[in-house]
Design a protein around this ligand. Structure first.
Ligand SMILES: Nc1ncnc2c1ncn2[C@@H]1O[C@H](COP(=O)(O)OP(=O)(O)OP(=O)(O)O)[C@@H](O)[C@H]1O
Ligand SMILES: [Mg+2]
Length: 328
């Protein structure tokens, strides 16, 4: 399977006063064509920062980036703004957690999708028909009616469908979805996840799915990258990582998935919070929360260890073959 997006040794620092906050550090991640790759981790671990930086949505005055992000072999880091405009939307679509942030409140929902389609030189009549078809595809109950409604007249699930229609309308090769279902109830969540899977199956669209929920990952992701404090600590095929979680953080995240019915929830919370790194620390970033931490964990950063096939983990506690290079 060919690589669509290849992120190598990528780091992001936020400027906070005179300090630098290291939000992403030395991330390697590859998204293949026609696959759903999930990035999972707790709040504050840098998922959105990573997603936003791919399409240059970070404020350049308040952040600095280094490393490489290749999209179909083209370097996106440092790409001129006018070049990025050609890629954002057309090549890489972005679905935000809260669709109200990106939908215009004073334009009818359907017109917003029509306008997006017209950006590619398509006439309004064709764009209108295409929008109607897209609304049917994302399972809007009454497409013509919902096209004539303003965003505030639609439910949260419907707004997310408008957002997805708009992003899909230009047939991007890669969709970045930043917590697309977090604000929705479980039934709508299941429908939206189903939609993303269909896009992958029917259009060969690749999806980079950002979530804090391993339950969501297990339902639709082909591959998963577990992120902690700005670093990827484990990567592999979803089934491999879920069956054989190798990093102590992944193991703790898995224990924190609610089990049983709504009335019988056994949730083990993970003690502590994701730290913020203002200096370049030497050791493992999970050190102070890891129940198995040893002296060397504080002193040295762990190397990449191959677990199996394309399953990798960064942890001192694992023996095994140390490997160089990117996660694929
Ligand atoms: N614009 C910013 N300026 C300064 N610090 C920021 C900025 N945006 C994010 N951060 C910090 O960077 C770190 C990573 O934040 P980010 O929003 O990427 O995390 P996240 O994994 O997406 O969290 P969540 O699950 O809550 O959305 C956090 O410590 C956050 O406080
Ligand atoms: Mg986020």
């Amino acid at each position: 399977m060919s690589e669509l997006l290849k992120i190598t040794d990528f780091s992001v620092n936020y400027k906070i006063g005179k300090k630098q906050l290291s939000a992403i550090k030395n991330v390697d991640l590859t998204v293949n064509e026609g696959e759903i790759t999930a990035v999972v981790g707790e709040s504050g671990c840098g998922k959105s920062t990573l997603a936003y930086s791919i399409v240059q949505l970070l404020d350049k005055r308040k952040s600095s980036v280094s490393g490489s992000i290749l999209y179909q072999g083209k370097e996106l880091v440092g790409l001129k703004a006018k070049e990025m405009v050609k890629i954002r939307g057309k090549e890489i679509g972005f679905i935000f957690q809260n669709p109200l942030d990106s939908l215009n409140p004073v334009i009818k929902s359907g017109n917003q999708v029509v306008e997006a389609i017209c950006l590619d030189g398509i006439d309004r009549k064709t764009a209108f028909e295409k929008t109607q078809t897209l609304y049917e595809r994302v399972k809007m109950s009454d497409p013509l009616h919902q096209m004539s409604q303003y965003p505030h007249e639609l439910s949260g699930g419907m707004r997310q469908r408008v957002m997805i229609s708009m992003m899909v309308s230009r047939e991007p090769k890669l969709l970045i979805a930043d917590e697309p279902t977090t604000a929705l109830d479980v039934t709508i969540e299941a429908e939206i996840l189903q939609l993303l899977s269909e896009l992958k199956e029917k259009n060969n669209t690749s999806v980079l799915l950002i979530t804090h929920n391993l339950g969501v990952v297990s339902k639709i992701a082909d591959k998963v990258a577990v992120m902690y404090a700005g670093q990827i600590v484990e990567f592999g095929k979803t089934e491999d990582v879920l069956k054989n979680p190798s990093h102590p953080y992944t193991q703790m995240l898995l224990k924190a998935i609610p089990k049983g019915t709504k009335h019988d929830v056994k949730l083990e919370s993970i003690p502590g919070t994701v730290p913020r790194f203002y200096d370049t620390n030497q050791g493992c970033r999970f050190y102070n929360r890891c129940p198995m931490a040893q002296k060397k964990c504080e002193a040295f950063a762990p190397e990449k260890v191959k677990i199996d096939n394309i399953h990798y983990c960064y942890c001192h506690l694992l023996g095994g073959e140390h490997v160089e290079g990117t996660t694929d």
